[in-house]
Design a protein around this ligand. Structure first.
Ligand code: HPA
Length: 266
């Protein structure tokens, strides 16, 4: 990561954030309650990338959940925008370089499990790379990328708060078009539960850099062919807020309850 970019961001922060949060499409209400917000628009950061997708504004927001300093990325970069993997994962690299040890990655996704519903929240406990860039798709779950300790931590919080939480494998597709019904059938057959066009490169980068990472899908639609509707990005954005209060509560509790070393002043 370009030092000019990280130094610019660091200079704007009063303290090193303990959590980095990547907000998926339509999920900006997750940070409604963040206090003392300070915005750093991407277009003010020298030589940084710009977002192009509607629903992805393009700014970092620093603030506090309870007493915990966090840095949110509102607007992420996708492979289908013609960006490289290096660029797609730049937000995660920024978190690493400013010294933020924990990340929470969120996305809006299609639901591939017919028993689940639009509005459900899924804790990502495994993944399927359905991009066919390198290898044939195969489920990756469990340690070391999805540590039981982290999964249990979230399961217990959801239980205690009475939030119904799904759990399963996120499937990364290249996009930018939604899948065909045949692709959705194949994804289900291979063991995928959610489908989306982001997140996996970010999870992999966070893991590679030794960041502590949780990731969640928010189901905005059933996978193509599972319902008699045509998917549009507008509908995805509209449906993304159905379960927003529970999603917000869950994220806030993870951030406030996770025990960590105190963060230092920059
Ligand atoms: N497919 C891929 N990406 C998505 C979907 C979907 O059904 N819904 C939201 N993002």
């Amino acid at each position: 990561m370009n030092k000019e970019i990280t130094n610019f961001i660091k200079d704007k922060l009063p303290i090193i954030p303990l959590f980095g949060l990547v907000l998926g499409s339509g999920l900006s209400s997750l940070i409604d309650d963040v206090k003392d917000q300070k915005t750093i628009p991407y277009d003010e950061i020298p030589n940084f990338l710009q977002t192009t997708v509607s629903g992805h504004v393009g700014e970092f927001i620093f603030g506090y959940i309870g007493k915990i300093p966090i840095l949110c990325a509102k607007g992420r970069f996708h492979y289908y925008e013609g960006k490289t993997i290096d660029e797609v994962t730049s937000i995660i690299k920024i978190f690493k370089e400013i010294g933020t040890p924990n990340v929470i990655i969120t996305n809006s996704a299609g639901c591939v499990n017919p028993q689940w519903e639009i509005g459900d929240i899924m804790l990502i406990s495994g993944h399927l790379d359905f991009t066919f860039r390198e290898k044939t798709p195969q489920i990756i779950c469990g340690e070391p990328m999805y540590p039981q300790r982290n999964l249990n931590f979230v399961r217990n919080i959801a239980d205690e708060l009475n939030i119904s939480l799904r759990e399963g494998n996120y499937t990364w597709t290249l996009g930018p078009t939604y899948e065909t019904p045949a692709e959705i059938n194949k994804i289900r057959e291979l063991g995928g539960h959610a489908v989306g066009m982001s997140t996996l490169p970010e999870i992999e980068k966070a893991h590679e850099l030794g960041l502590n990472c949780w990731a969640f899908s928010n189901f905005t639609n059933m996978g193509a062919g599972m319902q008699n509707v045509t998917l549009t990005h507008g509908d995805v954005l509209e449906a993304s807020t159905i379960n927003k209060d529970n999603f917000k509560k869950l994220i806030q509790n993870i951030i406030e309850r996770y025990k960590n070393e105190p963060t230092s002043v920059i």
